[in-house]
Design a protein around this ligand. Sequence first.
Ligand SMILES: [Zn+2]
Ligand SMILES: [Zn+2]
Length: 254
Amino acid sequence: MTAKEIREQYPYLYETHMHTSEGSKCGQCPAAEMVRAYKEAGYAGVMVTDHNWGGNTAVDRNLPWTEWIDKFFMGYHNAKAEGDRLGFPVFLGYEATQGHGHDFLIYGFTLDWMKQHPELKTAWVPEQLELIHSVGGLVVQAHPYREADYVDEVLTFEQYVDGIEMFNAAHCTVRSDGNDRSIWNEKAVALANANNLPGTAGSDQHNTKLMGGGTAFPTPLKDIQDYIRRIKNNEDHVLTDGKHWYDKKGNLLV
Ligand SMILES: [Zn+2]
Ligand SMILES: [Zn+2]
């Protein structure tokens, strides 16, 4: 299949991993600008996944729980407002950091539910899965093999997730040593397949210079529950790291 044929068969490309400056300290652009960039680039929608209290969040962790939630999700709220204005779907999520640098993409909760569950703040990975499942949500381990200053040691949590982020487009940018880090994506593909877990792809985008990663479907997502259902059931989708396209098992298509 050519890239053009893939896009024709899977025209609805979603960003599943995106940061805003409202919610993430490392976010370089406000949510509304991010949304406009994605719409212009031809995406079908974005999921806002800012860094939570365990990670590089932009919001004071010492705020009372409900107040923290209101401030933290301003990235999502602003993205949603701009999306509504443009007729561009925006979905709610966050990126949870557990321990030292173990990251998870979380979707499918509501803010009201979250406000009633402050135990999320101290839940370790198994309890996190249990809590998120209790609200019908999805937990995906993000970039399980990334090595970075903020990652103590590489740990995989295949028993406690619904899926694995196979392709993180940020790993495909060439670094100062002249190499990219696609090997981390290749390892994530192997991890998912060895455990029969569905795979996703996203960009880990922190600014409007879009890397082009995402997960694409043949039909549009109705809502975030539709995404969750399709991923949990491993329904028809393809993945891109912004450079290549892959089938849902992570095999290179083009
Ligand atoms: Zn970040
Ligand atoms: Zn991220």
